[in-house]
Design a protein around this ligand. Structure first.
Ligand code: SF4
Ligand code: SF4
Length: 106
């Protein structure tokens, strides 16, 4: 969910992609309305909820081989709201075997 490339407070996302691989990416109707590709790639669970990525099962379907997001400018709200340097960002980095994201030096 990046996420990817944004700055939040003292932290600047380094586009590691760990959040897009290791965190759940749930989408809602406004996300599908904004970006048509989401409806093509989304996976619907038995309870009707819709996901682009689901931990331990599959990474986000919009994550490209070069680590970029195929729908960066129209990504789901959960991605736009995600904060680099947050506990979930750091957790995903750890899960990916990466070191913690450190605050920017100003
Ligand atoms: S939609 Fe884009 S930013 Fe969001 S999790 Fe997928 S690849 Fe990452
Ligand atoms: S895990 Fe954190 S640093 Fe890595 S892409 Fe996501 S927001 Fe950026």
């Amino acid at each position: 969910m990046s996420y990817l490339g944004k700055s939040h407070g003292d932290y600047e996302c380094d586009r590691c992609g760990a959040c897009c691989i290791h965190l759940a990416v749930q989408v809602f109707p406004p996300d599908e309305s904004r970006e048509g590709l989401i409806s093509l790639y989304v996976i619907e669970a038995d309870d009707g909820s819709k996901w682009l990525g689901y931990p331990e099962q599959y990474s986000c379907n919009m994550l490209q081989n070069d680590g970029s997001c195929q729908i960066y400018n129209t990504k789901p709200d959960c991605c736009s709201l995600f904060e680099a340097g947050s506990p979930l960002c750091q957790w995903a980095r750890g899960k990916a075997g990466l070191g913690a994201l450190h605050p920017k030096i100003t």
